[in-house]
Design a protein around this ligand. Structure first.
Ligand SMILES: [Fe+2]
Length: 372
């Protein structure tokens, strides 16, 4: 029994190993007894909703680096390691190994872009972790030596998550179509954009597998939205505020679909840092904001659109057959220079997965989780 332990009305107070006293709520303690979790399923099997009365200790003491509690009114005792309790006592959020700081990059990034051979990724989980790390930190990576097959793309996606369909289906083909429903399916220049902004939850990770590219022109244009938006925040703070707070409408409409959403052009994460962009001139709907608000919004929107095209940001390169560029669709803005349709073949096959699924895979690869 320790004299240092104080039983209060709704919780108890104990000294932690660093000498600081910490308070723990009785409901929280009862709910998180180690026996509440099933080792096999790793799920919580205790249901606090079924307790007849608020949990109260009949006895509590600290011994051998652990807090021991016998619960009143039920035949149950709990033991908690003080080391396990400490971060919760300090009110800390659970550490997330996938919450890596983003590193801004600029137009000269191509030579430094993370590259992985597809057969190596299939053979080595540590390389998959390094690949995802590049996608979390840089937002873009190149996978080389791709099999020249549809399956090759699917098995590559599956290394980090499931194929995530959009309303266009599971996969899309970028080549010149006779009756195009999308500017991507022509040989014209494709202005800088993020994909499917008209979906409320646009897919998070994009895969573009180049199967053929022998045309004249058609260079890929990629830029880091985080780099551009961070600089823009310094240069035009008021414009940045408007673009990160105002929702504008996006659409995608044809004979048998009419997709609509409202998005902020600049996306901020829970830390207030820029985590991505949503931008697409060919899918921006008619702005239905109060007209007077557009007096400030349109100049900010145009300034940012021109800012993104700056030579400082746009990485230009040729995507070669056998390469698959993988990137964060909410962060990396991409486009294509015009090409000469008759000059050869150009075929890109694409699909998506999600950011959260990628982070989940990363955590499972680099950490043990709570049950490890
Ligand atoms: Fe695209």
């Amino acid at each position: 029994m320790t004299d240092d332990l104080r039983l209060l009305e709704n919780g108890l107070e104990i000294p932690l190993s660093d000498g600081v006293r910490a308070y723990f709520n009785y409901h929280w303690l009862r709910d998180n007894c180690p026996s509440s979790f099933d080792r096999a399923t790793r799920e919580r099997v205790f249901d606090i909703f079924h307790l007849q009365a608020p949990p109260r200790p009949s006895q509590a003491y600290v011994a051998d680096g652990a807090l021991h509690i016998a619960w009143a009114g039920e035949n149950h005792a709990s033991t908690y390691a003080l080391d396990w309790l400490a971060p919760y006592g300090r009110g800390e959020r659970r550490a997330d190994p996938a919450d890596l700081p983003r590193k801004a990059w600029y137009s000269d990034h191509y030579a430094r872009m993370a590259r992985f051979r597809q057969p190596d990724l299939k053979a080595d989980k540590a390389l998959v972790a390094a690949w995802i790390e590049a996608l979390l930190v840089d937002g873009v990576a190149l996978v080389t030596d791709m099999p020249d097959s549809d399956e090759g793309l699917t098995e590559t996606v599956r290394l980090i998550g499931q194929v995530r369909p959009t309303f266009f289906g599971d996969y899309f083909d970028v080549r010149t179509h006779i009756k195009p429903t999308n500017l991507a399916y022509t040989a014209k220049a494709l202005e800088l954009h993020t994909d499917t902004p008209a979906e409320e939850m646009a897919p998070g990770v994009q895969f573009l597998h180049c199967r053929a590219n022998s045309v004249a022109g058609g260079d890929s244009l990629f830029l880091d939205g985080v780099a551009a938006a961070n600089d823009f925040r310094d240069a035009y703070p008021e414009d940045f505020r408007l673009l990160s707070e105002t929702e504008i409408p996006f659409y995608c409409e044809h004979d048998d679909y009419d997709m609509r959403s409202r998005q902020r052009v600049i996306e901020l994460d829970k830390h207030g840092a820029v985590s991505g962009l949503t931008i697409s001139q060919h899918m921006a709907d008619v702005f239905d904001l109060p007209q007077a608000d557009l007096d400030a919004y349109y100049p900010a929107f145009c300034r940012f659109g021109r800012w993104l095209q700056g030579e400082k940001y746009v990485m230009r390169f040729r995507l070669n057959a056998g390469e698959c560029i993988v990137f964060d669709n909410h962060r990396i803005v991409h486009g294509r220079a015009a090409y000469v349709a008759e000059s050869g073949a150009r075929y890109l096959r694409g699909t998506y997965s999600d950011r959260e699924e990628m982070r989940s895979t990363y955590r499972s690869l680099v950490s043990k989780g709570r049950f490890g």
